[in-house]
Ligand binder design. Structure first.
Ligand SMILES: NC(=O)c1ccc[n+]([C@@H]2O[C@H](COP(=O)([O-])OP(=O)(O)OC[C@H]3O[C@@H](n4cnc5c(N)ncnc54)[C@H](OP(=O)(O)O)[C@@H]3O)[C@@H](O)[C@H]2O)c1
Length: 303
């Protein structure tokens, strides 16, 4: 049971649906909607209150790709939260490959760097007390069904992970789905390292699975967006992907159920939907403690 939860990227897609489902759970008394755009945040709050009949939502301005904004959000959070859902993310916009002032690509900033600073700052301030869930992806162990290869690292060294963060590994790549998998892989490794460093907090990486009805493909190039959307429609018809409610349910379970152990990475056992399984059974590198520490150390170079 969690009394209070902060969700990043809560105004759309899986974040908003998770905020809705959590309100139906006994004991949940406060949900902070972490959003970068306050108009969208207020619209989501009004919609969620109307749908759930519960006035438990507060907005919190946070742009996870801007570390000043992340630190300001932690300072502005009026009380500790028991749960954190690191959900904001995706493909990083049309210019996902551009580096920001922290020296990381936009896609890395939104999926990972900001969340690492958010978690560390919350912990430092005593404002995260029980559970942290990260929105992982099956892309972290490769998804042949979607044409995504398993992350193909040569050494999994600190330098190689830093190259993923800065984008130097993908200098000529203009397809966001290429760095997306390795970044989600690094995120899962970082979460496992955090689980060892903070045994009092449950750190769970949970993939929502391939989920339709989100805005996840909106910032891809026109062609890629239409290819992905058409593929998702066909895959929904043949049961290879699932609806928004199912994806969000995985996040709710990751937050509330102790079945999901600290340091674990849970995603589809096969493909992109269906039963959940520990992903290190599919991709053993995820359980490599040295790789976990290397990923964490590489991230720290940019803070
Ligand atoms: N959908 C899937 O099939 C799938 C599968 C595996 C993993 N995931 C992961 O699940 C998470 C949610 O995906 P989704 O499909 O629900 O995406 P979505 O519909 O595109 O929603 C993304 C949310 O994140 C917010 N966001 C984006 N950049 C942000 C930033 N810099 N700071 C704060 N908020 C930001 C967006 O806000 P704006 O409205 O302001 O843009 C939006 O509220 C992502 O981490 C994604 O990688 C999704």
């Amino acid at each position: 049971m969690l009394k209070s939860v902060l969700i990043t990227g809560a105004n759309a897609g899986l974040g908003k649906e998770t905020a809705k489902q959590l309100a139906m759970r006994a004991g949940v008394e406060k949900i902070y909607l972490g959003c970068r755009n306050m108009d969208k945040a207020l619209a989501a709050k009004a919609e969620l209150e109307q749908q759930t009949g519960r006035r438990i939502y507060e907005t919190l301005q946070i742009d996870v790709s801007d570390l000043d904004s992340v630190r300001a959000a932690v300072a502005a959070l009026p009380e500790p939260v028991e749960g954190l859902l690191m959900n904001a993310g995706g493909t990083g916009g049309q210019k996902f490959y551009e580096t920001n002032t922290d020296g990381v690509t936009q896609i890395f900033a939104v999926n990972l760097l900001g969340h690492t600073v958010l978690t560390n700052e919350l912990l430092k301030a005593g404002k995260l007390t029980k559970t942290a869930v990260y929105a992982g992806s099956e892309a972290a162990r490769g998804v042949p069904e979607m044409g995504m290869k398993r992350p193909d690292l040569t050494s999994s060294s600190v330098d190689e992970f830093a190259g993923i963060a800065s984008g130097s590994v993908y200098a000529s790549v203009k397809d966001a789905t290429v760095p997306y998998g390795p970044i989600k892989y690094m995120a899962a490794l970082w979460m496992s390292a955090m689980a060892r460093d903070y045994p009092q907090i449950r750190f769970v990486t949970m993939s929502p699975g391939a989920t339709t009805g989100t805005e996840g493909f909106e910032t891809l190039s026109w062609l890629r967006k239409h290819v992905m959307k058409s593929m998702m429609k066909v895959m929904l018809m043949i049961g290879k992907v699932h609806k928004l409610e199912v994806g969000a349910q995985r996040f709710v379970d990751g937050l509330l159920s102790e079945t999901y152990q600290s340091g674990g990475f849970y995603a589809s056992q096969k493909g992109l939907t269906g039963l959940l399984g520990e992903q290190s059974e599919i991709f053993a590198d995820l359980a490599n403690v040295q790789y976990q520490n290397n990923a964490k150390q590489a991230i720290e170079r940019f803070v």
